[in-house]
Design a protein around this ligand. Structure first.
Ligand SMILES: Nc1nc2c(c(=O)[nH]1)N[C@H]1C(S)=C(S)[C@@H](COP(=O)(O)OP(=O)(O)OC[C@H]3O[C@@H](n4cnc5c(=O)[nH]c(N)nc54)[C@H](O)[C@@H]3O)O[C@H]1N2
Ligand SMILES: Nc1nc2c(c(=O)[nH]1)N[C@H]1C(S)=C(S)[C@@H](COP(=O)(O)OP(=O)(O)OC[C@H]3O[C@@H](n4cnc5c(=O)[nH]c(N)nc54)[C@H](O)[C@@H]3O)O[C@H]1N2
Ligand SMILES: [Mo]
Length: 785
């Protein structure tokens, strides 16, 4: 039965604000999960998908990259409220079919939000629009692929861009990068560029691997766990079970965040009877309500205090044996941390010396510390330095390669880590390219390509003729929305391999294709060799299978590997050195190629079929060794740096509500923060509101400033909220129009989504001014309407 989509779009005037919650999950989470499932997909599809999620041989939850246990038993229901919403979103029986596209012109769709677009349902057949047309219309698959081939062959490889969103499975990702490189480009931006790129950039030179060094079992042995710049109650809810279990065993948890997020405070485990019936488990023993951007200062202070304690009590804190044998640069680090400017540290962090010292003493006593972090640490100009400072503190106490210790970047999209392992990277390493060349007898390009931020710039400069998007929603995920969208509209061809309608389909190139694909939960059985499965790599480097079992909503959908193979054949011709067809027919063939090219994937086909899959090698974790260029881990020295806003301004961070998946909105209830029905809000501390001369619920226009230029986004409501002083928070993607594309993290080029300087003016009807034409001297100013 087709269930109907909401007819109404968001009405921001219906905004409701209640008190923020202090406990996450519980019975309510289960109720919401079931309700969303039933209303999208009905009872039977919902139960079938929920019971198979994250089970051995089942479907990997598309919600996040948090791992499942590989040693212990799995719970009968290994899902969380937001995982269930992700499943409901995908297994929906609503469809955006050809009749739907015929009903809605691009003009109609252009003022719709993602809430409305995404809720229309699954796309059922390939669609195309050409310059001058008002509607997408159906196109045959062969015509669609021929169009891709014609456009790519009519331009040069460096003007083609291949974006990947992190939901793409390993096998698809491998074929996709091979396709881009066979054409001759490394223009392979991915969502990782906007997400944990700063983590990889900080980890590779310091510990010799760009990934985390803990396993889920380490949570069972740790004495102290930090959760920094992360909102697990919403974005990684199953992580709360691991934290609650660790606390019950006696571990301590410290949360560092500008916001008192509910999931950091208390948790009722919806997967246990106690959790449902009894009171919650407290999560954080200590909560440091830090100012946005203050973490570098905090970890420099920790380093200072740990060294002070070591001087008082030699041998009590620093793991000398480890530091001497396995690291480099300790002397310079110790010298830099010998002194501290407490005034600057308190200014940077908004925390008192006492609070910082209290947590430092917990660190000093801990024999096994894990530091978890997510985007609160990766999307600021000094992010890479901040993360190197975290590594310094872990190195001091030898928190690598022993149970219960290590670095834990908590990844976002369910296979974002795997996509990078498969070579989706604009800066590939020589070893990887050489292995591809040998395996396929091709010559891949060596010149580095565009990352996501470079791609925004390339669109603005009219340097993109063909843009292919493997999943995702590029126009809303990136910075400088208005300028980017204008650029996307000028491109020759945009191709979106998607499951559901989104904004990037609406701001299409002169010609545009939407290629509808099977999702994670869909059965993929139209192959000569029978039903196929795919594989993913979780946040802790475990590679395992994922296989959907639900009947697809349309018989026209193609699997992602098949789409890549057919685009490649249409572009490169039947005689190309790579046997694309063989890979599309039998995914074991793809896996055999991966085994030959990617280190750690030897005997892939056999090992991935074992009960738990397999764990990729991780030198710091497995052998306490560091494969850096010097064969040792590195201490680093960074200057103190933090964000400060001029008088009358605040530092704005952007974040996710409890009811969205990145640019897709499941619903309009940010339940834990008490905000519902509206999304254009800015959370501000009550005293800052007063100082700025505004009141709770005032309607304002927001002006961001960067390098002497401004962006303006209109009609946001100020909400009095207990955030850290001097800081504000708004939802992603509504606030992306305010992010200048030049505001990025140094070295990683990740957008500064959590580092904007903003001011407010009372709302007027003055039009949004999202980018300044004076920045583009080569262009005529845009005509005013
Ligand atoms: N349900 C759901 N799950 C998801 C996603 C989703 O959208 N919905 N997205 C997935 C993806 S792709 C990703 S990358 C992850 C994202 O997971 P998170 O990183 O948890 O996502 P954000 O909502 O951006 O939350 C950032 C947190 O950092 C805090 N923060 C902001 N600035 C600072 C700072 O300067 N210092 C500190 N210490 N904290 C700061 C914010 O207050 C907020 O709590 O989640 C994944 N899982
Ligand atoms: N201001 C601000 N901006 C941010 C962030 C932030 O914190 N603040 N976070 C950044 C981060 S961490 C990320 S990861 C990016 C997210 O950027 P993206 O990954 O580009 O965006 P998503 O919203 O996850 O993509 C949603 C679309 O994916 C498609 N889709 C869903 N499932 C499938 C599937 O199985 N196959 C295919 N082919 N398509 C599918 C659907 O059509 C859906 O519309 O945004 C970044 N942007
Ligand atoms: Mo992400």
């Amino acid at each position: 039965m087709k269930r109907s989509a909401p007819e109404q779009d968001i009405n921001e005037d219906a905004l409701e604000v209640g008190a923020p919650k202090t406990t996450a999950a519980g019975v309510k989470a289960v109720m919401v999960a079931l309700d969303r499932g039933y209303s999208q997909a009905g009872v039977s599809r919902t139960l079938r998908s929920m019971l198979r999620v994250n089970q051995r041989g089942g479907v990997d939850c598309p919600g996040c990259a948090w791992p499942e246990s590989i040693t212990g038993a799995r719970k009968p229901a290994e899902f969380c409220e937001n995982g269930a919403k992700a499943l409901a979103e995908e297994s929906t029986t609503r469809t955006a079919d050809a009749a739907w596209w015929a009903e809605h012109s691009i003009e109609d769709l252009s003022d719709k939000t993602e809430y409305w677009l995404g809720n229309q349902g699954r796309i059922t057949e390939p669609m195309m629009i050409r310059e001058g047309e008002s509607h997408y219309r159906p196109v045959s698959w062969s015509q669609a692929f021929a169009t891709v081939g014609e456009h790519i062959n009519a331009t040069t490889a460096d003007r083609c861009v291949f974006y990947t969103s992190g939901r793409t499975a390993n096998e698809t990702a491998f074929m996709y990068q091979l396709f881009a490189r066979s054409i001759g480009t490394n223009n392979l931006p991915d969502c990782s560029n906007m997400c944990h790129e700063s983590s990889g950039t900080a980890l590779s030179p310091t510990i010799g691997i760009g990934k985390g060094t803990v396993s889920l079992e380490d949570f069972e042995h740790s004495e102290l766990i930090f959760v920094i710049g992360q909102n697990p109650g919403t974005n990684h809810p199953r992580m709360l079970s691991a934290l609650a279990d660790a606390r019950k065993r006696g571990a301590q948890v410290v949360a560092v965040n500008p916001l008192p997020e509910a999931g950091l405070l208390n948790f009722r485990d919806p997967q246990t009877v106690d959790g449902l019936l009894k009171g919650g488990t407290r999560i954080a023993d200590e909560f440091l309500q830090i100012k946005v951007g203050g973490d570098l200062a905090l970890f420099q202070a920790f380093g200072h205090l740990l060294l002070e304690e070591e001087a008082r009590n030699p041998g009590s804190v620093v793991d000398r044996e480890f530091v001497d044998a396995q690291t480099n640069g300790f002397q310079a680090y110790a010298a830099a941390r010998a002194t501290i400017d407490w005034e600057a540290t308190e200014e940077a962090t908004g925390l008192s010396r006492e609070d910082i010292s209290l947590v430092a003493s917990m660190l000093a006593k801990s024999k096994g510390t894990i530091i978890c972090w997510a985007l609160g640490l990766t999307q600021q100009p000094h992010s890479v330095d901040t993360l190197k400072e975290l590594i310094n503190v872990l190195l001091l106490q030898g928190n690598f390669g022993k149970p219960g210790a290590g670095a834990c970047p908590v990844r976002g999209h369910s296979n974002v880590q795997g996509d990078r392992t498969m070579g989706v990277w604009e800066k590939p390493q020589e070893d990887f390219l050489a292995a591809l060349d040998t395996e396929f007898d091709i010559s891949t390009p060596r010149e580095h390509g565009y990352d996501s931020t470079d791609t925004v710039e390339a669109f603005e400069n009219d340097d993109v003729d063909v843009f292919v998007s493997m999943g995702g929603n590029f126009s809303l995920a990136c910075s400088d929305t208005a300028a980017l969208e204008a650029g996307m509209r000028r491109a020759g061809l945009t191709v979106h391999i998607s499951t559901k309608p989104n904004r990037s389909h609406v701001v299409h190139g002169k010609t545009s294709l939407i290629l509808p694909t099977l999702g994670r939960t869909d059965r993929d059985d139209k192959h000569p060799s029978g039903p196929q499965f795919l594989s993913v790599e979780d946040s802790m480097s475990v590679v395992h299978t994922t296989q959907g079992r639900l009947a697809p909503m349309s018989k026209h959908l193609l699997a992602e590997p098949v789409i890549v193979a057919r685009m490649a054949t249409a572009t490169l011709g039947e005689g190309h050195a790579v046997d694309w067809r063989a890979m599309a027919q039998d995914y074991d063939v793809i896996r055999d190629h991966i085994a030959a090219v990617c280190p750690g994937f030897e005997d892939f086909n056999r090992r991935v079929r074992t009960r738990n899959g397999f764990v990729l090698p991780n030198p710091p974790r497995d052998t306490r060794t560091f494969a850096t260029d010097i064969g040792k881990a590195r201490f680093t020295v960074s200057p103190l740096e933090y964000l400060s806003a001029p008088e009358g301004h605040l530092i704005l961070q952007t974040l996710r509500s409890h009811d969205q998946y990145n640019t897709t909105f499941y619903g309009l209830d940010d339940r834990y923060r008490g905000i519902s029905n509206g999304r254009r809000v800015i959370l501000v501390h009550p005293e800052d509101l007063t100082e700025l001369g505004f009141q709770d619920r005032d309607l304002v226009d927001v002006i961001s400033t960067f390098a002497g230029t401004q962006r303006r986004a209109n009609r946001f409501r100020l909400i009095s909220y207990p955030t850290a002083r001097g800081c504000a928070a708004a939802y992603f993607p509504e606030a992306n129009a305010l992010v200048h594309r030049g505001l990025v993290a140094r070295e990683s080029n990740t957008p500064g989504y959590k580092a904007m300087t903003v001011g407010f003016v009372p709302h007027t009807e003055e039009p949004s001014r999202t980018f300044d034409e004076r920045e583009r001297p080569d262009r005529q100013p845009a005509p005013t309407a």
